[in-house]
Design a protein around this ligand. Sequence first.
Ligand code: ATP
Ligand code: MG
Length: 583
Amino acid sequence: MPTTGRRVVLAKYLGVERMCVLGLAVLLAATVAVRVGNPELLRAFIDDAVGGKSLEILLLRGGLFLALVLVSQGLSVATAYVSGNLAWRATNRMRLDLVRHCLGLDMAFHQTHTPGELIERTDEDVSALANLFSSFVLQILINLLLLICILIVLSCMDWRLGLALTVYVLLCLYVLRRTSETASPAWKQASAALADLHGFVGEQITGIVDLRTSGAIPYVMRTFYARRRVAFLRQWDAHRLSIIISGGTDILLTGGAVGAFLLGAALFQAGAITLGTVYLVVTYTQMLAQPLQEIMAQIDDLQKASASLKRIDELLALQPVLRDGLGITSLPAGALALACEHVSFSYQKGAPVLKDITLHIGAGEVLGVLGHTGSGKSTLARLLCRLCDPDVGSISLGGIPIQDERIAVLRQRVGMVTQEVQLFPASLRDNLTLFSPDSDDERIVQVLDELGLEDWYAALPRGLDTIIGSDSTSEAGFSAGEAQLLAFARVFLQNPSVVILDEASSRLDVVTEQLIERAVARLLQGRTGIIIAHRLATIQRADQVAILEDGQLVEYGGRTGLLADPHSRFSHLLHIASEEVQI
Ligand code: ATP
Ligand code: MG
């Protein structure tokens, strides 16, 4: 990736904080002026003392020196505050943008990137940048300015001194740049190995119950050690390189200091400079060594930040394949007709999951979808909500291609209850309205009643404010069936025009299932429905039935027609199911 990409990212986030950056620049300039001016005062003090000037003048110079020391302290506090503030504001904005960007990326992206890896990208990498703004900007910028000012002052005193030290500083900076370029890939690799490790740990923690019950802990531990080892070796390499770099720097600095001492002594002996100026040369040389050394010490941070910035820029450069529609023609109100025309789809090239599917569901009609596991039923549901787009063919709702409607509007109009119910560690209200700011408590309670959850709700300690979820903050427990009912409640509240129930009743016992049968009937009233089910009983209310096999539509037609045809797969399936029940 070109460095310009990184610069654009930096410029974008620092540009918003223009005033803060400006204030920081003023503070930095003042700090440097005070630090360069202080030895100048001492030089005058020494020369005045040697020259036998009056005590008042000496006291005045001493007092001024003390005052400047105090000002210098005040400035460093103010600079630390402003740069810390700048770092937090700029990087928090960056965090927000990154999270928003990641949430907008395609399903394919989320399937290839683990949650741990994304946390590393959006938090750890950005924290490295916060360090860049708060400590690095502070030190490197002050030090660089200090270097330049010292060189100017020394050149004004004696051009030979100025020239020798300028050559020396340029040499140091050249070496510094080269080493920075060498070490950056090592830090990038170290950070990637750490992200990989965190991703692995995150994944395993999520599946802890399955791991324990299946006795897979030894496998997890072995893999953990292997990944930890890779991460350690990468970090070891990166640190080793940094230590070699800082050792080389020390040798360079010591050589520079010796040279400057010799030159100062020679000039003093030749009578070219006074004793005060010798003090000044000595102090400035030490001051020169300090910024160089600090720049070297900060090079690790710079490399980490540079590697982080590179990865952040790479992440921001990823664009979702799914394009949001313009929403020029809005979807008609009420139930919507749904049409799939010759739809084919594959997650991976060359392995089609859906092949040439054509379906027409009238507004308010219900389609039952049957098929073996892996036949593509859930995939079809994902295409209808635009979680993915078909490779070939088109899908339209209410006569409008779904790609033309805004995704947010489309997902508002198409409600789905899936096999996996995700409950967040938040209040019951937020879980049901999905954090909508304008929720209607009465309506929520009414929906819970309709779903037969009134007893469960009545037992909650704080009603709708009760925190639910699967972590330690949870104030109420719920069974898998209750979780599924809560997912139903979400769709009720969303009030969509098309409802997709993907194996939605598979977790419910017979009694609970009967309980929601009524609710489902109500939910489907005035809405178009797609019911995906293994169990035939759940699609008794379907007007049409589609049977998928290996991604192909092998049977499709009116339910009663298929039922009447003794040779149809549907009636065959029903026959097998009724035999199973009798057994
Ligand atoms: P089930 O009845 O078990 O829910 P299904 O009919 O809903 O099955 P799908 O989930 O649509 O089946 O999966 C269809 C095929 O697509 C399967 O072979 C599955 O392995 C594959 N598949 C599903 N999701 C993905 C994915 N995210 N990436 C790659 N392949 C996938
Ligand atoms: Mg499925």
